[in-house]
Design a binder for this molecule. Sequence first.
Ligand code: SIN
Ligand code: FE2
Length: 218
Amino acid sequence: MHTLDLFADDRPDAGQREPLGAQAVVLRGYVLPGLPALWQTLQQLTAQSPFRIMQTAGGRSMSAALSSCGKLGWVSDSHGYRYAPRDPHSGKPWPTMPQTLFQLGQQAAAEAGFADFAPDTCLINRYLPGARMGLHQDRHERDYRQPIVSVSLGLPAIFQFGGLKRDAAVQRVPLFHGDVVVWGGVDRLRFHGVLPVKPGEHPLLGAQRINLTLRKAG
Ligand code: SIN
Ligand code: FE2
């Protein structure tokens, strides 16, 4: 029965920690206890700043659709990638980051050994089946001492976690609804990406995967 997936108790691996590096870890099922409240919050946020397909600097369309909340939001267009205080579609500030999301980020970071994480942006990525994210580094943030906290919801995906150089060996890590990955410190600039999401139907989110990336950008 699909509906059983909604409850943390059904994930025998919930609560497990899987190290991906000296300062990188997967926290299995970490956000499951806060669902579906988190899902409701996300629906409100993306009603205010809807998902949109952004263009890369090279003029290609990204396959994942993006939104943001917080003081800053991640934007990409023909001028390149950057953080901006306003949603370019509406011209208005991004929706405020809900306290619950801030705390979730802080707690997950602390759990992974990073005290004092103070995220000022949450990127919200939506992957419909077939969407992917090419290998990249998160390097447009000011302070690399602050970690990255990445939350997976909905359909599963294979997360690629590489090295500090693009051509280094890549670990393939399946991520499921409720999992959180935290990387920072010596692992802060590791290349990472997401393989194309396979078609499927998640009991709570339907035919999509949502990824939240909490960061301190400014
Ligand atoms: C990203 O690196 O921006 C997204 C990672 C993910 O979707 O898991
Ligand atoms: Fe990233």
